[in-house]
Design a protein around this ligand. Sequence first.
Ligand code: PLP
Length: 362
Amino acid sequence: MAGMEAHEHSETWSPHTVAVKAGRPDSQPDQPFNQPLVMASTYVAGGEMEYGRYGNATWEAFEAALGALEGGRALSFASGMAAVAAVLDLVAPGETVVAARHCYQGTLVQLAALEQRGLVKVVLVDIDDTEQVLAALNDDVALLWIESPTNPALEVADIAALSAGASAAGVTVVVDNTFATPLVQRPLDLGASVVLHSATKYLAGHSDAVIGAIVTRDDQIWSAFDQKRRTVGAIPGTLEAWLALRGLRTLALRIEKSQSNADELVRRLTDHTAVERVRYPGFGGIIAIELADAEIADRVCRGTQLWVHATSLGGVESSLERRRRWTSEPTTIPEGLIRLSVGIEDVEDLWRDLEQALLATT
Ligand code: PLP
C-alpha cells in the first residue's frame, strides 16, 4: 500500500503487536507516527485515488491494520449494516441464504426485506448445531451467514467444520466476527471467505464512531465490494476511520480487561437467586442473563448507576439492555434476557452496582 509501512515481521508478530504496529506511515525522519486525518472530497487528477468516494489514506490505514489482524484485505464501510448490505449483494436473484437464526436483528431485517421483495430465499438455522446447518446446504444455497458468538443468544458456531462443509457444497461463507474480534478467532484461517465487522463495537471500542468493515483473501470478492462501495457510496467518515484505528491500538488491553471482568461477573451471577440462566461463551466481554420476565429485566436496566442502559456494545464503558425491547428481535430470545457489555471499569464497582439493581427486584 502506497505510503504505508510494510513490516517484514508482521507474519510472525503476535496479534497484540500487529494491532499496535500495522497501518502506520513509513518510518522516516519527521513522518508522524500515526496516519493523519485526510479530509478530501477530491484529488489532483492522474493518480489512483481521484475522488473522495473512491479512496482515502485514513481509511486505508485502518484497513491495513484490520486486514493484518484478520489475515486478509479489508475494506471499510459507513457502518456494519452497510457492510452487511454489500455482502448480501453478492447473492444473485433467486439464490438461497442460510443464516444463523439469532444473528444481529438488523441483519435479519435486511434478509427478510430481500426475501419479501422476492430477491432471495432465506433459511434460518441454529448455528451451533453443525449437523443441522450442513444439512441445509443444498444446491440452491449461495451464502452461509455465520455469526459467532451470536447476538445476543451467544451461541458459538464450529466455523472450521461449517466452512469445510460449505466449501464442499460450493457455498460462500461469511462470518460476522464483531463479538469475537480477530484476537479471539480468525475466520479466514478457519476456511471462511469473508469476515464482517461492526467496527462500531470492539474495534473502535469507545462508543464514539459508527463504522463497518469486511475482510477477504479473495481478490474477486474484494473487487466486487470495492466496486459496490464506489457506486453506492456507503463510505466511512474519515474521522470514524481514524477513531477506529486509534481504538484498535488498545484492542488487546481492552479485550483482556473486559474478559477478566466478565469471567468474574459470570461466577457471581451464576450463584445469584434472581438470575435464572447465565449465557457466556467462555471468552469475550458479552454476557446474557435471563431474569423471570420483561418487567423485572426492565427494572434492573433502570436500576443501575455505573452500568449505562443503552444499546450497542464493545465500548470501554459497561452497558446493559433488555434485547426484546426491540420489536425486530426474534421471539425465540427470552423476554427477560439482558445483554451485558462488560467494560474495563473496576470489577468490584461493576458488581456492587449490578447486585443492588438485582436485589431491588427480589
Ligand atoms: N453485526 C453485529 C453482530 C452487530 O451487533 C451489529 C450492531 O449492533 C451490526 C452487525 C451492525 O453494525 P452497525 O451498528 O455498525 O451498523
